[in-house]
Design a binder for this molecule. Structure first.
Ligand code: SF4
Length: 253
């Protein structure tokens, strides 16, 4: 894909949604860090359900440590991998409290050293909470980058590096959100919604979907390839059957 097309794509996304935000609910960097840590292999909706009770119960590392692993589990029980996640939340909070006085660090290395925090989580926190240029490539961004041709790559790291290099500068800070939202709601995994896609004319995907065909009326004999002789014979036998039915009905009366 050429640079001109990329600019057009991001311009369209920016015009439609000038201030994109994450769908995870949070009110400070600590809450965002915990929400992203919980979101691995879980939907934002399920994480929000959990944090709506977890954060009021423990909104700081200190309070979370006090709540303990079993206390955290009570709030996140419906999320996949909740045992491991609860344990990572507490270990992370202990490090935040001991090493950073309860404040979330703003450096990638320090974030990635926290239990349960990988490169993708660190990228989300750096970009969304601290407004640094970072690209958290998840399954949606990976798919959209490859299908459209914006930044194709064989693995997430390659796509991340290409996006950082190829996304036009003016759009780099929010690119992560636009790409995720596009993948989540339009360029969905199974059957992308190409007919209603706002960047369809710019996308370079080879297997774009087409609008669903209208439901056809019942097929006639001619539609099924019958000869006109056979069609006539079928019509007359249908007429005979309905005549017989009428006579039988009259006799019953
Ligand atoms: S045209 Fe289809 S494949 Fe391309 S971005 Fe839109 S939904 Fe995805």
């Amino acid at each position: 894909m050429n640079a001109e097309k990329r600019i057009k794509i991001f311009k369209r996304w920016a015009e439609a949604n000038p201030k994109p935000v994450t769908e995870l609910e949070y009110s400070n960097p600590f809450e965002l860090l915990i929400a992203v840590l919980l979101s691995a292999q879980a939907t934002d909706v399920s994480v929000n359900l959990a944090t709506r009770t977890l954060f009021p119960a423990a909104g700081t590392p200190k309070a979370m440590i006090k709540l303990g692993v079993s206390g955290v589990k009570e709030h996140i029980r419906h999320i996949g991998l909740f045992n491991t996640k609860a344990s990572n939340v507490i270990k992370t909070c202990e490090i935040l409290q001991q090493q950073y006085d309860g404040v979330v660090p703003e450096q990638r290395e320090q974030l990635e050293a926290l239990p349960g925090v990988g490169r993708k989580t660190a990228n989300v926190v750096l970009n969304t909470a601290f407004r640094q240029i970072a690209m958290a490539v998840d399954t949606h961004i990976f798919r959209v980058s490859n299908r459209t041709g914006i930044a194709p790559g064989k693995d997430v790291l390659e796509v991340e590096k290409r996006l950082l290099r190829l996304v036009p500068n003016d759009y780099l800070l929010d690119a992560h959100h636009w790409l995720i939202l596009h993948g989540r709601y339009v360029c969905v995994a199974r059957k992308p919604r190409c007919p209603e896609c706002p960047i369809e004319d710019l996308c370079e995907y080879k297997k774009k979907t087409i609008p669903d065909e209208p439901i056809k009326s019942r097929k006639t004999g001619a539609d099924l390839g019958m000869s006109s002789k056979k069609v006539k014979a079928k019509r007359s036998s249908t007429k005979k059957i309905s005549k017989k039915k009428k006579i039988a009905a009259k006799k019953r009366k």
